[in-house]
Write a new protein. Structure first.
Length: 424
């Protein structure tokens, strides 16, 4: 890597990126395999698909809601402590889940502890921490690499958890996952401490002030949030990311159910989830690299539009294992490839100072969509016996997201107060 932060060697930069990628591999591996446990939990507790889907939907929402909160804490005190706290919460929540036999118990273990713990070691904190320590030219690559780590977690953990479920039962699978999540604690070491160089946050303009010019005015977190929530481009990012969350949560939670409706084995769903993760490694790295050359809003529009075609082809195809594997590969390439350009646009609009918080807010919108994707999928299955209307809703939302991203502006946002001429 070249052009590193003046206080960071290439070796330290790679240690930072690899640690962040490994943490996301574990936390996303734990999150993105929860659908494999829906049927076993239902069989064990008799709570019903709708009830368990609601608990998983709340987990989607809390995972998103926790990120701007933990992001703000990380922006102020550093990400290391946040990640350690999250690792403990994720391990405890996952370990408690097998012992919960009520809706409220699942809401506590899966919906609160596990979800918030995973949120403390997720995109906004990890990408924000690395972006504040790396030069602008390397940030899209780092975001794509870290994002690929999360996809690799899905690739590794989906077949592993299914194998343990089949051989030793879902309880042992959950306990194994809980023990694994504790590895995020030592991995947080390279991310300890505050960011290396707090940057002024009036704009994301990378140029230094002219000699003799007054220093750039600072901006508080509250002011930055008010400015962002009035910016049309930032709000368009929220709307597009809502669709991404709806889509991903629906599939993570209910793809095993869709496979079962087609009279195929649970191994097909585990393999499909693994393929999604594998292909998203390529998708994340590709989109991360393309984000340095092409307009990020255009990449997002293409990603969302491609999902409309992918789902449409899937609905018309015969439901065989090969169909699910091809569907998983095509969809996986776009799966979380939306993250690098979305994070990149947030940084481009508002700078790096509060990136963890501002990107965390977009992830909250993502997970509000995730709540509805997981919950409505369960209701669709209970009341209609399949997921047909969910697929149609998914296509409509993906088309809307593609169009919503087109008017996004890719220039830095400048506060009026900062542009006002000084008096005297």
């Amino acid at each position: 890597m070249t052009q590193q932060h003046p206080e960071m060697t290439p070796r330290a930069a790679w240690a930072l990126i690899l640690a962040a990628s490994a943490i996301l591999m574990i936390t996303m591996g734990a999150r993105l395999t929860t659908g494999l446990f829906l049927s076993p939990i239902n069989t064990s507790t008799g709570l019903g698909v709708a009830t368990i889907s609601f608990a998983m939907a709340v987990a989607q929402l809390l995972w998103g809601a926790s990120q701007p909160i933990f992001g703000a804490v990380a922006d102020k005190y550093g990400p290391g402590r946040v990640i350690v706290l999250g690792g403990v919460m994720l391990a405890v929540g996952t370990a408690l889940t097998p012992f919960m036999d009520s809706e409220w118990g699942l809401l506590l273990s899966m919906g609160l502890l596990s979800a918030a713990g995973a949120g403390a070691g997720s995109f906004s904190i990890l990408i924000g921490a690395t972006a504040q320590r790396l030069p602008a030219a390397r940030r899209p690559f780092a975001a794509g690499f870290i994002n690929a780590g999360g996809s690799f977690g899905q690739f590794v953990f989906a077949p592993l958890m299914q194998a343990i479920i089949a051989s030793a039962g879902w309880v042992w699978a959950m306990l194994t996952m809980a023990a694994t999540t504790l590895l995020t604690i030592p991995l947080a070491w390279p991310l300890r401490g505050k960011k290396l160089s707090p940057a002024p946050s009036v704009t994301s303009t990378p140029t230094a002030p002219a000699p003799g010019a007054p220093p750039a005015p600072t901006i508080t977190l509250t002011e930055q949030l008010r400015q962002a929530m009035r910016d049309r481009s930032y709000l368009c990012l929220h709307l597009g990311f809502f669709t991404c969350g709806f889509h991903i949560a629906f599939l993570v939670t209910h793809l095993p159910g869709e496979v079962a409706l087609c009279n195929l084995s649970a191994g097909v769903s585990a393999t499909a989830l693994a393929i999604i993760g594998l292909f998203n490694i390529a998708g994340s790295l590709t989109v991360g690299a393309l984000s340095t050359r092409y307009r990020m809003k255009s990449l997002l529009a293409v990603i969302y539009a491609s999902r409309v075609a992918i789902i449409g082809i899937y609905l018309l195809a015969p439901k065989t294992p090969l169909t699910f594997y091809l569907f998983a590969g095509a969809l996986g390439f776009t799966w979380l490839a939306t993250v690098p350009p979305t994070a990149g646009l947030v940084g481009k609009l508002f700078g790096m100072r509060y990136l963890a918080t501002l990107f965390g807010m977009t992830l909250l919108s993502h997970q509000i969509g995730g709540f509805f994707g997981a919950w409505l999928g369960g209701l669709s299955f209970v009341h209609m016996g399949d997921y047909t209307w969910m697929w149609y809703a998914d296509m409509l939302l993906a088309l809307a997201a593609a169009l919503i991203n087109l008017p996004i502006r890719e220039q830095p946002v400048v506060r009026a107060a900062a542009l006002a001429p000084s008096k005297g």
